[in-house]
Design a protein around this ligand. Structure first.
Ligand code: UTP
Length: 481
């Protein structure tokens, strides 16, 4: 921490040398000294050498990435039992995955450091009331799913939760207020991801959120690799004998927190190196806003919906199915040793992506706050799926959309709490139907009832076999099991 004016002078010189002269002048004028030192400390936490390179690459000298060479659909293990090299045996991989879970070699990992700006909820997204009747939070639904799986597999499943400096305290206290929803406190580890400075989209100058603070943003879900290591989470996993991580996002209440089939394929399929595997669902429409698993020059990678050529996105097979059908739902299985390999190899580090955003800030030139109405800032983030091409052999596994994808991204419309609740009732209706219960349906395929099945009751249709169920559900009825 700079204690003397010479140290502040040195920092100002560094700022000037790396193209942040305006901030340097501003810092020189900050008083009193205590405030100046506190502000300098924030600046020192940023790797200024790196920042200069990033500003050139992503702001002042930004060029769109070249169009990928040969793009083909990525092969995947399909729900119909066909796979990249013929028919695959679901039962065999399920048994292998169950062994891994029972042996305590699998941990859950939830990325919950995002800002959730589209949802507009005032609090960590994981605390958002989500289940259709009892309005359980996303965190509670995951905690109960983990607990149910522990009981089924007679094991302990540690849970790692990545927060950001913006929502860490609120997240931890939410769990503490609710006694960790029945889990043991020491099986949950919370840790913060890193942040990046938000940059003026023209000049690359670091923005301030107020006169005494830099404006920052979490460094993306791809920041999780670094944060897992820096927080000691990787060491904690190794101490507990964890070999594979079941990765899911905080906003999908249908995440199957430990899926034996997926984990079995990830760890044991001959074309998987057990490093980084992904789940996909068939895209709902050609322009659905999800990344697509593609084979680019022989390697699997995710191409974002906005980057996939429109003609390719619309292309169909003889049976009418989209050729580029494999939509990413951000569920992965990741080998612990793979994360260590990526972190230890400078050439394998995940790249940044730039996003143009509106960032309210304090303008150091005028001394006034600014509320922009157009995008004025570049945010830099890493994406976890950029690890796919680094893996030696990465596989993609199809899953059913209703079973595993009911995201809460927006306040209304597509991928909102309304659409998620509809899907939650629909999945519950399917599970009940599979157990002989008749459920009233609407002509548009939605359920004419509101049904909530607690994860403590069932995390899959088979779990309902031992539960006392009604013969039928009445139209408009509200049911909680
Ligand atoms: P999103 O891409 O949906 O971003 O994150 P977001 O920040 O949550 O929401 P918007 O875009 O502001 O509306 C997908 C998942 O990745 C996590 C989120 O918490 C969510 O689980 N994430 C995202 C992080 O953990 N850190 C980040 O820096 C970004």
């Amino acid at each position: 921490m700079p204690q003397m004016s010479t140290t502040i002078d040195q920092l100002c010189q560094r700022l000037e040398d790396c193209g942040q002269a305006a901030l340097s002048r501003y810092l020189q004028g900050v008083t009193p000294e205590k405030a100046q030192n506190a502000f300098a400390e924030q600046i020192q936490a940023i790797d200024l050498g790196d920042l200069q390179t990033l500003v050139k690459r992503y702001v002042t000298g930004y060029q769109s990435p070249p169009t990928p060479g040969s793009v083909k659909p990525a092969p995947y293990y399909a729900l119909d039992g066909t796979g990249p090299s013929g028919v695959w045996a679901r039962d065999e991989y399920q048994a292998k995955g169950e062994q891994l879970i029972k042996a305590g070699k699998v941990a859950c990992f939830t990325v919950a450091g995002g800002q959730g700006s589209r949802l507009g909820y005032d609090g960590p997204k994981g605390c958002y009331p989500t289940s259709c009747v009892n309005e359980k939070s996303l965190f509670q639904l995951f905690a109960e799913s983990i607990r149910k799986n522990e009981l089924k597999h007679d094991c302990v499943i540690p849970w790692y939760i990545m927060t950001s400096p913006l929502n860490h305290e609120a997240t931890v206290s939410f769990f503490e207020q609710h006694d960790c929803f029945g889990l043991q406190r020491d099986q949950i580890m919370f840790f913060k991801q890193g942040v990046m400075p938000s940059l003026n989209a023209q000049s690359g100058d670091m923005l301030l959120s107020d006169p005494m603070h830099l404006a920052t943003n979490p460094d993306g879900h791809g920041g999780s690799f670094k944060a897992l290591h820096a927080s000691g989470a990787i060491d904690d996993m190794k101490r507990r004998g964890i070999e594979h991580i079941s990765y899911f996002q905080v906003d999908n209440p249908h995440s199957n927190v430990v899926d034996p089939v997926f984990l079995g394929l990830h760890a044991f399929a001959p074309d998987s190196s057990g490093e980084f595997s992904s789940k996909m669902v068939a895209k709902a429409r050609w322009d659905e806003k999800v990344g697509v698993f593609c084979d680019v020059d022989g390697a699997t990678q995710v191409i974002e919906y906005s980057d996939l050529d429109e003609d390719l996105a619309k292309q169909t097979e003889a049976n009418g199915r989209l050729s580029f059908n494999a939509g990413s739902i951000a569920i992965h299985a990741i080998g612990v040793s793979f994360i260590e390999r990526v972190l230890g190899d400078a050439d394998a580090s995940l790249p940044f992506h730039r996003a143009l955003k509106k960032v309210a800030h304090f303008d150091i030139a005028t001394g006034r706050p600014v509320e922009p109405d157009t995008n004025n800032a570049v945010k830099l983030e890493k994406f976890v799926f950029d690890a796919i091409p680094i893996a030696q052999r990465s596989i993609v596994v199809e899953t059913d959309r209703v079973e595993e994808f009911a995201p809460v991204k927006n306040a209304t419309g597509t991928d909102s709490i309304e659409s998620s609740k509809e899907l939650q009732s629909l999945r519950a209706a399917r599970w009940l139907g599979a157990n002989g219960v008749s459920v009233p349906m609407n002509s548009d395929g939605t359920v004419n009832a509101t049904i909530e099945i607690s994860p403590l009751t069932a995390v899959g249709p088979d779990d309902l076999a031992s539960v006392e169920l009604p013969e039928s559900i009445q139209p408009g009825q509200t049911v909680v099991l």
